[in-house]
Design a protein around this ligand. Sequence first.
Ligand SMILES: C[S@@+](CC[C@H](N)C(=O)[O-])C[C@H]1O[C@@H](n2cnc3c(N)ncnc32)[C@H](O)[C@@H]1O
Length: 352
Amino acid sequence: MTLDFPERTAELKRRISEEIQANGPVSFARFMKRALYEPGLGYYMSQRPVTSRRGDFLTAPETHPAFGALLADGAREYAEDLNVPEFTVVEQGSGSGALARSFVERWSQTAQRPLRYVMVDFHPPGMPAPAGVTIGTALSLDEVVPFEGLFLSNELPDAFPVHRVRRRGAAIVEVYVDLHDGDFIEIESVPSSPELEKWLGTAGIVLADGAEIEVNLQVEPWMRRIWEHLARGRVITIDYGFESDRVSRFPRGTLLAHYRHTTNEDYLQRVGEQDLTAHVCWTALEEIARRTGLRIVERVTQREYLSRLGWKEWGMRLLRTPFVTEAELESFDRLGSLAEGMGGNGVLVLDK
Ligand SMILES: C[S@@+](CC[C@H](N)C(=O)[O-])C[C@H]1O[C@@H](n2cnc3c(N)ncnc32)[C@H](O)[C@@H]1O
């Protein structure tokens, strides 16, 4: 079925309402899952260029190709250490393919070792492969055979559906979505699963009375699947996040909706038409990685990571380039601001 907005939104709203009428209020995670991933209707299922200037928000690889190129430089060095005949990169949540394009281009210009680059997303784009590079696509990690190399993602776990919990006195309550006069409303009730409080323990999160935080129960199964698919190699997760001891900075949680380059907190509006995203909790991610058996190499800010890979030198070269356009300099600068963005942009590096 192909529908345009606002018909898509109306259809999605109708389906979620039907579920609530039949079974009662749904957890916010269930609502978010359908809003983002309902087949044919969800925000990420629409094939619109959401991570672009024409879309709702810009990501680092969409901002300037230096991001993907610098990551390729880092991966090239790592590939020498790993020393496999063909280095494999699996990028999950590859979106428009912007990171893949700049990564692959840089690799083909600078590396001798053959590269296989696999984009995993719901609508991975086709793309020509330069000499020495094989490009693959998959709709799910399940289609990827165990590989040696690098598992890469940019802004992926922040797009996983999250539960929302609040402290009310001594109790933890969960936020659900209900219906009132045909509109979605939020209500509080007892947590849908004991896993939510357990997760707060894993993350080491202590909520103040009245404070809210998101619980991302998808991270654990995701890490397990990475473990199963990565025979040997490195996992690089780039995202914005917070550490559990900083949770008091977000008394209303970190959830945000993105719509046409603005942010809002009307999470129940524009269903399927706006992005919903929550910061990842680095403390939980690291604890879950450890439990899964992955070794933590480091977690650094994106700015530090890119600097190490030659960010400044790239900028200097750009300034010396004859006829460099204002637009290119501006995009490069914007990538710098994104790397620093929200103070929490991080790079988590794990090894297996
Ligand atoms: C915030 S966007 C980031 C896109 C891209 N990495 C970038 O930086 O421009 C999140 C992406 O993750 C994808 N995604 C979410 N869950 C996924 C899953 N389980 N498997 C593959 N892709 C997923 C979405 O479709 C979307 O393209």
